[in-house]
Design a protein around this ligand. Structure first.
Ligand SMILES: Cc1cc2nc3c(=O)[nH]c(=O)nc-3n(C[C@H](O)[C@H](O)[C@H](O)COP(=O)(O)OP(=O)(O)OC[C@H]3O[C@@H](n4cnc5c(N)ncnc54)[C@H](O)[C@@H]3O)c2cc1C
Length: 552
C-alpha cells in the first residue's frame, strides 16, 4: 500500500514563495529563527510522518482502541510512536519557548500538523487536542495553573482533552448538565461526557480534561457554563473520580479512543475552575478556534493522502491497453483532487500567517486586522476543507474502481476516517451558522470589510486578476444580501454562502500561487500551473451558481 509522503514541494512553495513566511520571520518574536532552520524542521517532520506514523495507520484501523475495566489500550505501536513523537519535541512545535515550546510560527506548525494527520489521522488527534488545551491555559489559566500543567502539556508528558458533549448537549452547548459544587479552593464535578477524543489511553500517566460544567445556581443556558481543569491523576498520585464507561465502536478513526466518561460517580471528580464562574464558553472558544483550524487541516491532509494513493494506482492499473491515468476522465478526477487540495492547503497556511500577525505584529492596528480576518476564515476553512477531504477521498475511490471499495488499498479507510471531520468541532452546519450569524451579520460587517479589502489586494497583478476579482465581487454582493435577510432565510442559505466563500478564497489562493511561479515552467511548476488553470476553469465557476442561490 502507498505510504503517505508529505508534499514538501508544495508546502515549501506555499510557505516561502506564495505566502511569504519571511514577513512572519521579521517579527521580533521570531527573530532567532531562520528560513533554513524551518526547512530542516519540515524535512525532519516529513520523515517522521512517512516512516514512523504512516506505517501504523492501517494497524490503527484494524486493531482499534479498546477499554476493559476502565483501562484503555491503543493499537500496537501507537504508544511507542507517541513516546518518540514527544522525545523528538514534535508536541511542542508552536508553543512559546517560555512554556518549554519550540516557538515556531503557526504558519509552519499548520504545515507540520498537516503531515501528522496525512500520515495517521487517528494518531494525530491526541496532539491536536493537547494543543487546544495548551492554548486555553496559556490564554485563560492562572499563574498557578500554568505552573502546574502547562509545561507537561506542552512537552506531551501529559495530554489534554476537550469535554463538552453530553447526550443532550451537542451543538447546543448551553444544555450542558454536568454540575460543579464548590468545596474550598476546588470543585466537585458530577456528570457524564460522551464522545471524548483520547478521553482515555495508555500513552501517559495523566490526562488533563477541560470540562464544561454548571455551578450551583448558575443561570440557564450558555451564560451559566463554567470551565474546569479535571486531571485524571491528582497531585498526590491518587486517581481522580473519573470512570471510562466505554470506547465507542465507530465508522472510522478506529485508532483514536472516543470515550464515554463518568465524572464523579463516587464523591465527585476534583476540578479546578479556569478564570471566573459562568465564563466557560468564552474560554472554551479559544480552544475550539484552534481545534477548528486543525480539523480543517485534517481534511486537507487526508485529501492529499487520497490523491497520492489514487495517482500511484492510476499509473499502474492497465485497462484497454493503457494505464488508466492516460484516460481524460481519470485525469479529470486526479486534477480535481489535486486542485481542491492545494487551494485549501494554501488557505490554511494563510490563516496560520494571519494568526502569527494577529498575535505578534508590533502595530496594534495590524494585529486587529489579522485577528478579524482569522476569525472570519476559520469557519470557512473548517467547513470547506473537511467537506473537501471526504468528497475528494470519494473521488479517489472512484479512480480505484472496485478495489477502492474493498479494504486493500487504504482508500476505503480514508473515506471512513475523513467523514468525522465534517461533524466534530461543531458540525459544518454549525460552522455556517457561526460564519453568518457571528461573523457576518454582527459588528456591522466590519470583519468582512477587513477581509475583502485584503483579498482584492492579494490578487492584484495575477493573470487571473479579473476572473478572481469578479468572484470576490459576487462574494461581496452575496454578503450584503445575506446581511439583509431575516434570520431564518439567512440560516437556510448559510451552507451555500459558506461554500461560496470557500470557493472564492480558493481562487484567491490559486491566483497568488500563479503570481509566485513567475516564468518558471519546469517540473513542479508546470504541474502547479496546470492545477491552477484547472481551478480557474472548472472549480471557480461554481461561484456563479452558488451566488445565484444565495441572492435569489
Ligand atoms: C468520533 C467523535 C469524536 C468526538 N470528539 C469530541 C471531543 O473530543 N469532545 C467533545 O466534547 N465532543 C466530541 N465529539 C462530539 C461532536 O463534537 C458532536 O457530535 C458534534 O458537535 C455534534 O453534536 P451532536 O452529535 O449532538 O449532534 P446534534 O447537535 O444533535 O446535531 C445534529 C444535526 O443537527 C444540526 N443542528 C443542531 N443544532 C442546530 C442549530 N442550532 N442550527 C442548525 N443546525 C443544527 C447539526 O448541524 C447536525 O446536522 C466527538 C464526536 C465524535 C463522533
Amino acid at each position: 500500500m502507498q505510504n503517505y509522503n508529505a508534499p514538501l514541494d508544495d508546502i515549501n512553495f506555499l510557505l516561502n514563495d506564495v505566502l511569504k513566511l519571511e514577513d512572519v520571520l521579521k517579527l521580533t518574536k521570531y527573530k532567532d529563527l531562520s528560513g533554513s532552520l524551518i526547512n530542516a524542521v519540515l524535512d525532519e517532520a516529513s520523515k517522521f510522518a512517512s516512516k514512523r506514523l504512516s506505517p501504523l495507520n492501517v494497524i490503527g484501523d484494524k486493531q482499534g482502541s479498546h477499554s476493559k475495566d476502565s483501562v484503555t489500550t491503543t493499537p500496537e505501536g501507537f504508544k511507542e510512536a507517541y513516546e518518540q513523537f514527544v522525545k523528538n519535541g514534535w508536541n511542542s512545535v508552536p508553543f512559546s519557548t517560555e512554556a518549554g515550546g519550540q516557538g515556531l510560527p503557526w504558519m509552519v506548525s499548520t504545515a507540520i500538523s498537516e503531515m501528522w494527520s496525512g500520515a495517521n489521522f487517528a494518531f494525530a488527534l491526541c496532539p491536536l487536542l493537547t494543543q487546544g488545551a495548551v492554548e486555553l491555559l496559556e490564554n485563560h489559566g492562572s499563574a498557578a495553573q500554568k505552573e502546574k500543567y502547562l509545561r507537561k502539556l506542552v512537552s506531551g508528558e501529559w495530554t489534554g482533552t476537550m469535554c463538552l458533549t453530553e447526550s443532550a448537549a451537542g451543538s447546543d452547548i448551553g444544555a450542558v448538565r454536568t454540575v460543579a459544587k464548590k468545596e474550598g479552593d476546588k470543585y466537585l464535578i458530577k456528570g457524564q461526557k460522551i464522545f471524548i477524543t483520547f478521553g482515555d489511553h495508555d500513552y501517559t500517566d495523566n490526562i488533563i480534561h477541560m470540562v464544561l460544567a454548571r455551578c450551583e445556581d448558575a443561570p440557564e443556558g450558555i451564560k451559566g457554563i463554567s470551565l474546569f481543569i479535571v486531571p485524571k491523576a491528582l497531585e498526590d498520585g491518587s486517581k481522580n473520580d473519573i470512570r471510562v464507561i466505554s470506547i465507542e465502536q465507530k465508522l472510522g478513526i478506529h485508532g483514536s479512543p472516543t470515550a464515554v466518561l463518568n465524572f464523579g460517580d463516587e464523591n465527585g471528580a476534583v476540578g479546578y475552575l479556569v478564570g471566573e464562574e459562568n465564563h466557560g464558553i468564552k474560554y472554551m472558544f479559544t480552544m475550539m478556534n484552534n481545534a477548528r483550524l486543525a480539523v480543517g487541516v485534517e481534511g486537507i491532509a487526508i485529501a492529499e493522502d487520497s490523491l497520492q494513493k489514487a495517482e500511484s494506482f492510476a499509473a499502474e492499473r492497465v485497462q484497454g491497453g493503457l494505464p488508466i491515468a492516460k484516460y481524460p476522465d481519470v485525469k479529470r478526477m486526479l486534477i480535481t483532487i489535486r486542485s481542491q487540495t492545494e487551494a485549501m492547503r494554501a488557505l490554511s497556511y494563510y490563516i496560520g500567517k494571519c494568526i502569527d500577525l494577529s498575535r505578534n505584529h508590533e502595530d496594534e492596528a495590524v494585529k486587529e486586522k489579522y485577528k478579524e480576518i482569522t476569525d472570519i476564515l476559520i469557519p470557512v476553512l473548517k467547513a470547506n476543507a473537511t467537506d473537501m477531504g471526504f468528497f475528494m477521498s470519494s473521488e479517489s475511490m472512484q479512480v480505484f474502481g472496485g478495489v477502492g471499495y474493498v479494504e486493500d488499498y487504504g482508500i476505503a479507510q480514508n473515506l471512513r476516517d475523513s467523514r468525522i471531520a465534517m461533524i466534530y468541532e461543531g458540525t459544518n452546519g454549525i460552522q455556517a451558522m457561526d460564519l453568518v450569524k457571528r461573523k457576518i451579520i454582527i459588528n456591522d460587517g466590519r470583519l468582512f470589510e477587513s477581509l475583502s479589502v485584503e483579498v482584492f489586494e492579494l490578487v492584484q497583478g495575477s493573470v487571473f486578476e479579473d476572473v478572481v476579482k469578479d468572484a470576490i465581487g459576487k462574494l461581496v454582493n452575496a454578503t450584503s444580501e445575506i446581511r439583509s435577510m431575516d434570520d431564518k432565510k439567512a440560516e437556510f442559505k448559510a451552507y451555500y454562502y459558506t461554500r461560496l466563500f470557500g470557493v472564492v478564497m480558493g481562487g484567491v489562493m490559486m491566483a497568488m500561487s500563479d503570481k509566485a511561479i513567475g516564468a518558471d515552467e519546469s517540473g513542479f511548476f508546470k504541474l502547479k500551473r496546470r492545477t491552477i488553470k484547472f481551478y480557474m476553469d472548472f472549480l471557480l465557476p461554481e461561484v456563479n451558481y452558488l451566488h445565484e442561490i444565495v441572492v435569489r
